[in-house]
Design a protein around this ligand. Structure first.
Ligand SMILES: *Cc1c(COP(=O)(O)O)cnc(C)c1O
Length: 556
């Protein structure tokens, strides 16, 4: 019997062009040799170090490691290309015999799919989106021919800006046996969940993402395909070996190490998108503003040529998409900085310049951010004790992420944690260093925590029960009375949980007593994290009188 792993491999093999199936890739001596070398005389490089005298890694391990943590995707499912253009072109080269195959794409959509198809002599079949740019799976599936190897979807779509309905995409995946590409270049602006988590369920699914948009690295040219391991392997085998340069890999890894900056900028752009959309809708020159889940707006003007040249005269360039299907009279406007957007709006006749950007946090909020870098890990933690927002957690350990999210949700605070750690060794450093950074960050956000500070919370979690006592009075003490049945919970070793809370208590300089019992380890530890979060919530609550002295309500 075939397991699903082999089944996926066989299914993908069957989809490949015949000549590709048997290709032996170009290999480098460094690929073949696993041990660490000191002297490199294998590649005819210059031996004189100027920062770029060596060939780059063909496998980009550092970049993949960071993206894997940030996206919650296994490294083996990530292919990195020279922009998204490279995986788009590779899809045709892998799966579409030139001159005898076709692809189906939605329309209107991104122009590169057609360009790459035509270069590879693959016929393009257009499947128009509905009048509101919605996807109708059955109408698209009706366009498929015997020789159709690939379907291209783009969600949020360019130029229309809208997310495609997830259920309609799933209908296509369930009914098409070839390759389905879903381009998620703008997914970070949408708030929607990526389809990348489904690549193991659907071996024909390839999800494209890029560092060019939300991540602000268009100049580096780095695109990403997330797919079944077998597709990633074959893409890696036929790409140009050194497709991402040394400076590009280094710079991208650097920029990825500060994901909070990106998150803030994305939040600002989303706010600006909504503001612009609202204001544009009131302007007499505007016929219609389409709903957008991306960082641009498709806007229909009554006299779009006049608007275009008016903007150009004021030094503002936008994209004319009026020739695309269902886009008559439409310009596509990228969301810029608040000042840039104000200038565009005032050229278009907006007479009420308000400085409406309100993304600046309330300065009275108790916030802190801490970063911590060791040989093994690099951690950033950020908290705002006075404002709840969906936690953003990425440590590469899924179960641990889930537990940290419980702290954010149940304490009702903002908690963001990113950690790049040596998970290939084990989970020890990641969990310990997150605990330390978290403790320091809470401590510094609490500031002058005058007054008493003893809080407790006890809760049932199915058959399990957990109780947490927390005393922020300044003395450090830690007690742990919890027994687990197994060695691991999810992808975390259970012995790391007492270690986590102990390190946290030391760095938060608090007295922390934890007691829990039950039959199911998952329930026990989830109960502990939730009870801790609830105790913390009481501890950080401001009294109703508005001072920063914690309320004594809820003390023991
Ligand atoms: C901008 C964009 C990309 C990104 O292309 P890169 O080559 O990665 O810069 C991909 N897909 C769509 C639909 C885009 O609009």
């Amino acid at each position: 019997m075939m397991n699903s792993e082999n089944r996926n491999a066989a299914a993908i093999r069957a989809l490949l062009r015949e000549n590709i199936r048997n290709i032996v890739p170009y290999s480098t001596a460094r690929d073949d040799c696993k041990a660490r070398m000191e002297i490199y005389l294998d590649a005819n490089e210059s031996p004189f170090d100027n920062g770029v005298n060596r060939y780059p890694s063909p496998h980009q391990p550092e970049l993949k490691k960071r993206l894997s943590v940030l996206k919650g995707i296994r490294e083996e499912n990530i292919f990195l290309g020279n922009g998204s253009d490279e995986p788009i072109d590779l899809v045709f080269r892998l799966f579409c015999p030139p001159g005898e195959s076709s692809m189906v794409q939605i329309t209107p959509t991104y122009g590169m799919y057609r360009v790459a198809a035509e270069i590879n002599d693959v016929e393009v079949i257009d499947s128009p989106l509905g009048p509101d740019f919605s996807l109708d799976a059955s109408s698209l599936l009706g366009k498929i021919r015997e020789d159709t190897k690939v379907i291209f979807l783009c969600s949020p779509n360019n130029p229309s800006g809208n997310l495609l309905d997830r259920d309609e995409i799933l209908k296509i995946l369930d009914n098409f046996g070839g390759i389905t590409v879903v381009d998620e270049a703008y997914i970070d602006f949408s708030g929607a969940e990526s389809l990348a988590g489904l690549v193991e369920k659907y071996p024909g699914l390839i999800v494209l993402q890029t560092l060019s948009k939300a991540w602000g690295m268009a100049g580096l040219r780095i695109g990403m395909a997330v797919a079944d391991r077998n597709i990633v392997d074959i893409m890696s085998r036929i790409k140009y070996p050194y497709n991402i340069s040394v400076p590009d890999q280094t710079r991208a890894a650097e920029l990825l190490s500060d994901p909070f900056r990106t998150m803030d900028r994305v939040a600002l752009l989303v706010k600006e998108r909504e503001r612009m959309s609202r204001i544009l809708g009131t302007l007499p020159c505007v016929d219609k503003v389409w709903h957008s889940d991306a960082n641009f707006l498709l806007v229909k003007f009554f006299r779009k040529d006049d608007v275009f040249s008016d903007l150009a005269e004021h030094g503002i360039i936008v994209r004319d998409r009026s020739s695309a299907h269902n886009c008559e009279g439409c310009l596509r406007i990228t969301v810029g900085t608040p000042e840039e957007n104000d200038r565009l709006l005032s050229v278009l006749g907006w007479e009420n310049p308000e400085t409406s950007y309100t993304g600046v946090p309330d300065t009275a909020d108790r916030t802190a951010s801490c970063s911590r870098k060791t040989g093994e890990t690099s951690v950033i933690v950020r908290v705002n004790l006075d404002r709840f927002r969906r936690p953003e957690i990425a440590t590469g350990l899924h179960f641990f992420d889930h537990m940290l999210e419980q702290i954010g949700f149940h304490a009702g605070i903002t908690l963001d944690v990113v950690c790049f750690g040596d998970l290939e060794t084990d989970d020890h450093h990641t969990i310990e260093d997150v605990a330390i950074a978290l403790g320091e960050c809470f401590y510094s956000a609490l500031g002058d925590k005058a007054g008493i500070g003893r809080y407790g919370f006890s809760l049932p979690m199915d058959e399990a029960e957990a109780a947490v006592l927390l005393d922020l009075g300044g003395r450090t003490d830690f007690r742990w009375d919890v027994t687990f049945a197994g060695d691991r919970t999810g992808d975390v070793s259970t012995q790391m949980f007492p270690h986590f809370f102990k390190s946290l208590a030391e760095h938060l300089k608090c007295n922390l007593h934890i007691r829990a019992s039950g039959e199911n380890d998952h329930h026990i530890i989830e109960g502990v994290f939730k009870a801790f979060a609830r105790a913390l919530r009481q501890a950080v609550e401001r009294s109703t009188s508005g001072t920063s002295v914690p309320s004594s309500k809820g003390s023991l």
